[in-house]
Design a binder for this molecule. Structure first.
Ligand SMILES: Cc1cc2nc3c(=O)[nH]c(=O)nc-3n(C[C@H](O)[C@H](O)[C@H](O)COP(=O)(O)O)c2cc1C
Length: 337
């Protein structure tokens, strides 16, 4: 693999500035370790994981890699974070990432454990506030992103605005980056690295049903919808998913508000734990979920159209690094003397 280094690589002690984004239950120790062993940064996701599970996931990842990796919490007032954060810091990660609500009350505790903090933002103002509160690395998530989306600004505008707002603090670009061209472009807009979710859902290691991976591979860039009104049972915020039969029925009914949607309350699947999963749930087709998987929230970003096959996570890291290097070398030839 050629070499592509940014200051973020020194800060995180990684070889290539690619972060495997936390992608809820699709993430697992095998995926995080594969990415870290390939020179990127693997991330675990602790959504709906209790403190014991946090410990187990981290310890399993340590068995698979000696390289740095991180863990992610979504702050949304629904889960107690204190215990789980303590479990995470005791078990030993290199980075703690937060999404959604501001994590500022945790920053000192995390720094005290010698660990770095990232926060995912959707605007320059949010980035500025985070840096003032001591956040070490900003993740600028554009509206093209898959899953829960913090803002509604596109990468081309968001990324340079965030970079200017917080320089010299490193910024990682998240949202629709799915190949080396996207990585090179993000670096040119001032990012220090890239944070890719949907591309890693289509990795061999991702713990999702194979039909979800196939839907990603077959989708084009026009096949996603961002809305706060569809897949929001339990959490009514904006998120981007693949268009599917649930979205079609909802749109055919005139895109009604929560409470008046067709099939509201209908159980269409079972969770891995046997729990009923209703239409409009935010549960994706993770491994072990059974039933109408197509009708569930198949989270994906607009870059989904660029994803052509399921690959080992390590190959994704290598391929994207090589592609980005080739694009950046080619760009050099455009400049005259
Ligand atoms: C299936 C899926 C699950 C996600 N779960 C989480 C999560 O648990 N925590 C989090 O901070 N972000 C989560 N995200 C958002 C990603 O971290 C990231 O911001 C996003 O995937 C980037 O856009 P992309 O999918 O176009 O690469 C999720 C995204 C997807 C696609």
């Amino acid at each position: 693999m050629g070499s592509l280094q940014t200051p973020l690589c020194d800060i995180l002690k990684i070889d290539t500035p690619i972060v495997q984004a936390p992608i809820a239950r699709a993430t697992n120790p095998a995926m995080a370790a594969a990415v870290s062993n390939a020179g990127g940064l693997g991330m675990l996701a602790f959504l709906r994981r209790d403190a014991d599970e946090v410990r187990r996931l981290i310890s399993e990842t340590h068995e698979l890699t000696d390289r740095p990796f991180g863990g992610n919490f979504i702050l949304r007032g629904l889960e107690d974070t204190d215990d789980r954060l303590d479990a995470c810091l005791e078990s030993g990660v290199d980075v703690v990432s937060f999404h959604w609500d501001e994590p500022f009350e945790y920053v000192d505790r995390i720094h005290g454990a010698g660990v770095l903090v990232t926060y995912t933002v959707g605007s320059a103002e949010d980035a500025r506030r985070a840096v003032e509160a001591g956040v070490d690395i900003i993740v600028a998530q554009s509206w093209e992103a898959g899953g829960h989306v913090r803002g509604n600004v596109a990468t081309m505008a968001l990324l340079p605005m965030v970079v200017d707002a917080v320089a010299p603090v490193p910024v990682i670009s998240a949202g629709s980056i799915a190949d080396g061209r996207g990585m090179a472009a993000a670096l040119m807009l001032g990012a220090d690295g890239v944070w890719m979710g949907t591309r890693f859902v289509a990795s061999e290691e991702a713990t999702v049903d194979s039909s979800y991976k196939e839907r990603i591979i077959n989708a084009s860039e026009t096949d996603t919808l961002m809305s706060s009104k569809v897949f929001n049972r339990g959490w009514e915020v904006t998120a981007r998913a693949l268009r599917n039969s649930t979205i079609e029925k909802w749109e055919a009914a005139g895109s009604p508000e929560v409470g008046q949607r067709p099939g509201e309350g209908e159980v269409i699947a079972k969770g891995a734990d046997g729990e009923p999963v209703e239409r409009y749930s935010s549960i994706a087709p993770y491994s072990g979920v059974t039933g109408d998987l197509e009708g569930l929230s198949n989270w994906a970003g607009q870059g989904v159209g660029l994803i052509k096959r399921v690959q080992p996570a390590a190959d994704i890291v290598r391929e994207i690094t090589e592609e980005a290097i080739a694009v950046l070398k080619k760009a050099r030839t455009l400049i005259g003397e």
